[in-house]
Design a protein around this ligand. Structure first.
Ligand SMILES: Cc1cc2nc3c(=O)[nH]c(=O)nc-3n(C[C@H](O)[C@H](O)[C@H](O)COP(=O)(O)OP(=O)(O)OC[C@H]3O[C@@H](n4cnc5c(N)ncnc54)[C@H](O)[C@@H]3O)c2cc1C
Length: 492
């Protein structure tokens, strides 16, 4: 089926080449073959034009923070795509760039024999720039499809200052949005003709990468950030994790702030790389709750956090993170494309109060290197940083503390912002996501209100301390585990 109109956009005004040989889906942000409006739309175009489909999935080596960790995770996913598309008889071109700029020209060459191009809309990091560039370079029509979240990005043509206001918007549009979900398995029964070879220029200059033999060491990326041991990327691993969450953990989700209880989904890296869709996650929770959209039809948009969906308290808590918090961050990127990640985009109250306290003496001041190497005086902070370095993730509650203490222990809030961005995106498997900037900017006051009493350094920005955290949640084992030698197995 064609993508819903409010998820579809034209990226250029080039024509469809009616006598082209195939339709291309450039799998850019939604790196999966399930629950994917973009892939579904490309299949619909191929069916309409009675042409084969080519799926191209490329991996650049020159984006900021490219490392063995991020590459290994994405390449796991590419193997899953290769197998799923081969089983469906669809041509797949996986291309891992071997040297900087080696991929330049690939899309123009592929488009030269194509009817049209379809790709993903993703409002963050380099993706909008890449899409704009390729759309201008190719001589056939390119359409973009928003498969980012449960709520179409265009349903809210403004940025939201508070999660409460965005939640009310979610309540307003959820029924419509959930009544049109992507197809679970769009390749099944697609009935597309097969392709008789890619253009010679493409196969000669950009041959499909042999994903099983690729040596990461040969690529010009950061080899100091190693893949996370025992963690695989890709849709198969994502589904296994989602299954484990639904069977064992969702019922105790309200305990998710406890670092020593495994209660959250752990899905953020797979959601970030598009290896699993928010729609599919939503669908699994709805199934678990025997819930369907008719239960919210005509319901008043209250913006209330609890009791609106009509699910159990644990599932409602999870929905609030998956839909409200995840998608308010997407919404900010969509509506502030130029500055969503910049310090200057903070709310006025936060910039004002942090400026008023810029000269307050700091109890400790650490450099980027000291933070990076977990060399602060605080064992809880060091444990969180060690978890990030080792596992590519920090437990959610401690991630908040991690950020707040960077603000406390740097010489300026602008420097704290720089250090958070650097460490989060370098080591986090879910880094460089709208949530990355959402979380970092939340530390500095975004989506939040002014808090009293006014404090040193933080001013009216919400304050957190390790001592308070240790009083509220159990952290003893967490601190011991992540400050011990790396051989200690992960808690999660
Ligand atoms: C300083 C800081 C940096 C952060 N950096 C990132 C990041 O790089 N990438 C990232 O995905 N999240 C980030 N977050 C948000 C949050 O910490 C993670 O999304 C969450 O811990 C992921 O764990 P989970 O998948 O088990 O979440 P679950 O609790 O299982 O929630 C399910 C999904 O909902 C979304 N979600 C959950 N909590 C939040 C939240 N507070 N804000 C926005 N979305 C949320 C995520 O997509 C998550 O995978 C950051 C938060 C802070 C305070």
């Amino acid at each position: 089926m064609e993508a819903p109109q409010d998820r579809l956009a034209l990226a250029n005004d080039a024509p469809v080449r009616e006598d082209g040989r195939y339709v291309v889906y450039w799998m850019l942000a939604q790196r999966r073959t399930r629950w994917n409006f973009g892939l579904e739309h490309a299949i619909a175009r191929a069916q309409e034009l009675e042409r084969p489909l080519v799926v191209v999935e490329a991996l650049s080596c020159s984006y900021r923070w490219a490392s063995d960790r991020h590459h290994a995770f994405i390449i796991d996913g590419m193997r899953d795509q290769r197998d799923a598309l081969a089983a469906a008889g669809v041509t797949y071109l996986p291309y891992v760039e071997p040297a900087e700029d080696a991929g330049k020209g690939l899309h123009a060459a592929l488009a030269a024999e194509a009817c049209c191009y379809v790709t993903d809309h993703w409002p963050c990091f380099h993706m909008p720039m890449w899409v704009e560039r390729v759309a201008a370079e190719i001589d056939v029509r390119m359409e973009t499809v928003d498969s980012c979240g449960v709520i179409p990005l265009r349903s809210a043509p403004k940025g939201f200052a508070r999660a409460h206001d965005f939640r009310r918007h979610v309540h307003r549009v959820a029924f419509d949005a959930l009544s049109r979900m992507p197809v679970a398995e769009p390749l099944r029964g697609a009935g597309l003709p097969s392709l008789d070879g890619l253009p010679a220029e493409v196969t000669e200059r950009w041959p499909a990468t042999d994903l099983d033999r690729l040596d990461l060491a040969s690529l010009p990326i950061d080899h100091t950030v190693a893949p996370v041991e025992g963690v695989r990327g890709g849709q198969a691993a994502a589904l296994a994790r989602l299954g484990g969450f639904m069977e064992e953990r969702i019922g105790r989700y309200l305990d998710r702030n406890q670092p020593e209880v495994e209660a959250s989904s752990g899905l953020s890296p797979w959601l970030h790389y598009g290896h699993v869709s928010a729609h599919e996650v939503f669908h699994r929770v709805a199934d678990h709750e025997s819930w369907d959209p008719s239960l919210i039809e005509g319901q008043k948009a209250t913006g209330k956090r609890e009791g609106w969906w009509g699910m159990s308290a644990a599932s409602e808590g999870f929905m609030d993170e998956l839909v409200t918090w995840r998608e308010v961050c997407l919404n900010t990127c969509e509506n502030r494309p130029r500055d969503y990640g910049r310090y200057e985009s903070l709310p006025d109250f936060a910039k004002k109060t942090l400026a008023e306290h810029a000269d307050d003496p700091r109890p400790h001041v650490y450099t980027l290197e000291q933070f990076e190497n977990a060399e602060t005086h605080d064992p809880l902070w060091n444990a969180a940083q060690n978890q990030l370095r080792r596992e590519g993730i920090i437990h959610n509650y401690l991630r908040m503390l991690w950020g707040k203490k960077i603000l406390h222990w740097t010489e300026s809030p602008q420097e704290a912002h720089r250090i958070m961005v650097e460490l989060n995106n370098k080591y986090g498997l879910d880094g460089r996501d709208p949530n990355s900037w959402g979380g970092i900017m939340w530390v500095l006051g975004r989506y939040d209100r002014a808090w009293g009493p006014e404090r040193e350094i933080f001013g009216k920005v919400r304050y957190m301390t390790s001592d308070n955290t240790a009083r509220k949640v159990r952290v003893k084992n967490y601190v011991a585990r992540y400050n011990a030698a790396p051989e200690t197995p992960s808690m999660f």
